[in-house]
Design a protein around this ligand. Structure first.
Ligand SMILES: NC(=O)c1ccc[n+]([C@@H]2O[C@H](COP(=O)([O-])OP(=O)(O)OC[C@H]3O[C@@H](n4cnc5c(N)ncnc54)[C@H](OP(=O)(O)O)[C@@H]3O)[C@@H](O)[C@H]2O)c1
Length: 278
């Protein structure tokens, strides 16, 4: 148990890439924690500059984050996570982190995967919150799916949920629905309603209840639009920040390209602009 409010906790991020930046900026901009209480580690120095500019503390040493922070967000790629765990075991073999809470941002890593990986350093209990966030957290319109290990108390879970709610709509979800629900987190209103409907059908196919599927798809659409308006970046750059190499998004984009998604949207706009012949 952390035993203090989120705003008084030391918050750590291991891995300072796109997703960590979006969540860190979200909780800072939303007022959940002052920037000087956030410590971010990354393998290379360059990526840390944007965090530093916002008043957050930075380090090249992941162990700094593990040893000094109360709540630790894990924002590395899933395949890098074992590397980080090995490093922890080598450099801090005697440390007991059972009182700390680990918040995973990593797609595809289950609570059980995390419990196993952290077992050595959390001998008495593994406090793990698994999330699936999206990049609109950056402009406080994100969507975050959440679940937890049985060792996380209601009080601590609700504290983290409230803190994340400053930048996202948070949904508690059974783990078996994470895959299907995550697929719908990411034109003219009528076209979007069809897109929302079709995305929701896909999630229902993967076991998500229909009403929840429609709501999640709608929130993802809202957040992406706000980010495109406010980030001051080309949509291609925003898209690239979502499509991690070897990740699930790039496979989805490939499927859409093959199906002529872009051309269909251009055709739809063109058709709308072309008057009917009487
Ligand atoms: N992007 C999204 O929309 C999204 C959505 C949901 C979940 N996620 C999850 O978020 C996680 C990060 O994805 P991302 O898109 O943010 O990728 P990313 O931008 O590539 O960020 C990963 C960061 O980890 C750093 N890193 C690599 N090895 C490290 C090590 N040993 N120690 C410390 N830092 C290390 C990388 O630094 P270098 O560049 O210096 O190597 C990079 O800054 C993934 O697990 C992904 O599944 C992402």
């Amino acid at each position: 148990m952390v035993g203090k409010p989120f705003s008084e906790c030391k918050i750590g991020f291991v891995g300072g890439g796109n997703m960590s930046y979006a969540v860190a900026m979200g909780i800072v901009k939303g007022g959940a924690v002052p920037p000087e209480q956030v410590l971010v580690s990354n393998r290379s120095e360059g990526k840390l500059k944007v965090f530093q500019t916002e008043g957050m503390r930075v380090t090249l040493d992941n162990i700094d984050v593990f040893t000094t922070c109360d709540i630790i967000f894990l924002g590395v790629k899933p395949y890098v996570f074992p590397v980080v765990m090995n490093e922890l075991r080598k450099k801090a073999p005697k440390d007991d982190f059972s009182e700390k809470i680990f918040v995973s941002l990593m797609g595809g890593k289950t609570v059980s995967d995390m419990e196993q990986a952290l077992q050595y350093h959390t001998p008495s209990r593994s406090q793990i919150v698994r999330t699936l966030p999206n990049t609109p957290c950056l402009c406080l319109t994100g969507t975050i799916l959440m679940t937890r290990s049985s060792d996380v108390t209601d009080e601590d879970y609700n504290m983290i949920r409230s803190a994340l709610s400053v930048c996202a709509s948070c949904y508690d979800l059974p783990e078996e629905n994470f895959g299907g629900a995550s697929a719908i987190m990411g034109c003219s209103p009528a076209y979007f309603f069809i897109a929302i409907e079709a995305l929701a059908d896909g999630a229902v196919m993967h076991g998500v209840p229909r009403a929840l599927a429609i709501e999640l798809a709608s929130r993802a659409t809202l957040g992406a639009g706000k980010l495109a308006l406010e980030a001051g970046k080309h949509t291609e750059e925003l898209k690239d920040a979502v499509a991690s190499p070897a990740g699930s998004t790039i496979r989805g984009l490939y499927a859409l390209e093959k199906a002529g998604f872009r051309a269909a949207l251009i055709d739809a706009v063109h058709a709308t602009c072309t008057p009917l012949k009487k």
